[in-house]
Ligand binder design. Structure first.
Ligand code: ADP
Length: 619
């Protein structure tokens, strides 16, 4: 808290800085030509007093380092000093330890010597602070009693004049802003704090160590009127003390200052004797090598002031500064993940679309297959019905045709053999033609009737176990005249007794064999041969083979000869209907057998019927 009184020394300080400048202009010619070396000075006792105290030190340096004119520039306000050092052309700084730490961290100030203070005739390189009250204040015996009291310090940034005491209060669980009734500052003047406490303006106060002893020695105060609120003992330190000890003021070079000049200044300071006017004026013994200022760092950190104002608080800038590679990596990973998610999402979308299309296609296909199946079933039904109707029709027609056909043939035979009176020769040949054509037509009708009967599913078989050797001989006898007529030899190779027993309809088996043998004769040439053979194989099957040496059948036509009404082009001059083989195959299969054919054009044809052999023989 600044008072009106505290502003006056500042004005004075400004005037003095102006005067220091004028002084520079008025310096002897030799001095003007010399390099001016500016030392920023912390003037905590007031600009005038501190200039009087410290300028001789600057003069000492000027005298020791030729070609350089050292000038002290006083600053009562530490903020002003810090700002001036940062922005103006200063070479060195002489200030309190806390301010030095700030300048070190902000502007690269670097200590070259530490002050050896003269106290009671001895040299001290450390100092502390006292926390005191008036001796008659019985209500303030210890630090805790300061709660609710008013307190005065030198300035918010003073090291010995406030921060050392503040640290001690903090270590004793006292928070000035919370626990004090009021915290006042003297505007940078140590003595003013002492007077304020003695006057009773405030209940207690703090100043740097040896200040009270010094004022008492000068007769300004009587130490009996003062009592420490908190006392600390430090070995080899004779002054009243309420806090820890901290290193004395450093003399520091600023960053732009050359190392060579800094070295010369350090040597001059370290070489200063205690009887030098500068030391006498400054009330110190001399200078020593720079001390360790870590305790000052620790104090500022604990109080979170000066360069450590933001210590412990974590700004976004700090986070970024420390973790930026992680942030960039995380951002990159997140971006990649985002892209992957979008990619997967797109693929899923596409998959869903394709699935929908597939489903639609499948539904459509199913509908089409169903419709087509229904169509086919309808067509099949219609075809079956048509086939059935056709078979029915043929069957009926055949019956209807057979009756008049038999009548025609009967009457034709009567006419052929009638001899009352006998037919003239010319009519007899006509009757023979009628009989020939009639028999052919009757055979055709019978075949059609058989086919129709089989296809309509009305075929009835009279299946019996039968030794077929007799059947084979009977069939041979039937075909023999036809073979002789065509000049073809017919041979029967029958099997042994008991080997050719099968379960068949004997009439239908005869029909099958007659059909195959008559074809073998028909599609043969004079001098050819036909063989009917029978044998039983190791699979207990009876094999009936009809083999001829006829015209043969081309390979590509073999598979269709069992279809009804199929006649090969090469045989159209030979009489036939194209139904025989179809009926034959269906009859064989109806009796549980199989029929197969192989042939070679010009060499002959072989049909083979396979029937399962039976053991019992019934005739
Ligand atoms: P078809 O009344 O015409 O003889 P088939 O159904 O009995 O009718 O015979 C069908 C056709 O098979 C015949 O037209 C004939 O061309 C051929 N075929 C049948 N058997 C023989 C055979 N043994 N040799 C040569 N061709 C034959």
């Amino acid at each position: 808290m600044l008072t009106k009184k505290s502003r006056c020394p500042r004005l004075l300080s400004a005037c003095l800085r102006g005067m220091a400048l004028i002084l520079l202009l008025c310096l002897p010619l030799q001095a003007v030509y010399a390099d001016t070396i500016r030392i920023a000075l912390r003037a905590h006792s007031g600009a005038a007093r501190d200039m009087a105290k410290w300028q001789p030190t600057a003069d000492y340096l000027s005298s020791q380092i030729p070609g350089h004119q050292f000038v002290m520039v006083p600053f009562e306000d530490l903020v002003e000093l810090t700002s001036a050092v940062g922005h103006s052309d200063f070479d060195f700084v002489l200030t309190n330890p806390a301010n030095y730490i700030e300048l070190e961290m902000k502007y690269g100030a670097s200590r070259i010597a530490t002050l050896q203070n003269l106290r009671h005739g001895a040299a001290y390189t450390q100092y502390g602070a006292v926390i005191f009250t008036r001796a008659d204040r019985q209500d303030i015996q210890e630090l805790n009693d300061l709660k609710g009291k008013t307190f005065m310090a030198v300035s918010p940034t003073a090291m010995g004049g406030w921060r050392m005491a503040w640290r001690t209060l903090q270590q004793n669980d006292l928070d000035p802003s919370r626990d004090f009734a009021a915290l006042k500052f003297s505007g940078g003047i140590q003595e003013e704090v002492v007077h304020a406490v003695l006057r009773g303006d405030v209940d207690a106060g703090t100043v740097r160590t040896d200040m009270l002893e010094g004022m008492a020695r000068n007769g300004e105060i009587d130490l009996h009127n003062i009592r420490l609120v908190h006392t600390v003992k430090a070995e080899g330190f004779p002054f009243m003390l309420s806090t820890e000890l901290y290193p004395e003021w450093p003399f520091a070079k600023l960053k732009p200052t050359s190392v060579d000049l800094a070295k010369q200044v350090a040597i001059a300071l370290l070489a200063m004797r205690r009887d030098q006017p500068a030391a006498l004026s400054g009330q110190y013994v001399g200078w020593t090598v720079p001390l360790d200022y870590q305790p000052v760092h620790d104090l500022l950190k604990a109080l979170r002031v000066g360069p450590y104002q933001l210590y412990g608080s974590f700004s976004w800038a700090d986070v970024w500064h420390r973790y930026w590679p992680w942030f960039i990596t995380a951002t990159f990973v997140a971006f990649a993940a985002w892209l992957a998610v979008i990619y997967v999402f797109r693929i899923n979308q596409h998959l869903r679309k394709v699935q929908r299309e597939l489903q639609t296609a499948r539904d459509t296909l199913e509908q089409r297959v169903q419709a087509r199946t229904e169509e086919l079933e309808t067509a099949k039904d219609m075809a079956e019905k048509a086939s059935h109707a056709k078979s029915e029709f043929l069957s009926r027609m055949s019956h209807e045709l057979r009756t008049p056909m038999n009548a025609i043939l009967g009457f034709a035979q009567l006419m052929e053999y009638g001899n009352n009176p006998p037919l003239p020769e010319s009519h007899q040949s006509n009757v023979r033609e009628i009989l020939l054509a009639g028999n052919h037509l009757l055979a055709l009708i019978n075949d059609v009737l058989d086919l129709a009967t089989i296809e309509s599913g009305r075929l009835q078989l009279d299946m019996k176990t039968l030794d077929i050797r007799d059947t084979l001989e009977e069939v041979q006898r039937i075909i023999q005249p036809l073979a002789e007529c065509e000049q073809i030899s017919l041979t029967l190779e029958s099997c042994k007794q008991g080997e050719c027993t099968v379960v068949v309809d004997s009439t239908r088996l005869k029909q099958v064999l007659i059909n195959l043998l008559s074809n073998a004769v028909k599609y043969n040439h004079p001098g050819g041969s036909v063989t009917l053979s029978c044998l039983r194989n190791e699979k207990d099957q009876v094999l009936l083979t009809i083999e001829d040496t006829g015209i043969g059948i081309a390979k590509h036509q073999l598979e269709k000869i069992f279809d009804p009404f199929v006649r090969l082009d090469s045989n159209t001059h030979i009489e036939g209907t194209g139904i025989g083989l179809s009926v034959t195959k269906q009859l064989v299969e109806a009796m549980g057998g199989t029929i197969e054919v192989d042939s070679q054009v010009g060499k002959g044809t072989r049909f083979r019927i396979t029937l399962d052999a039976a053991n019992e023989t019934t005739t």
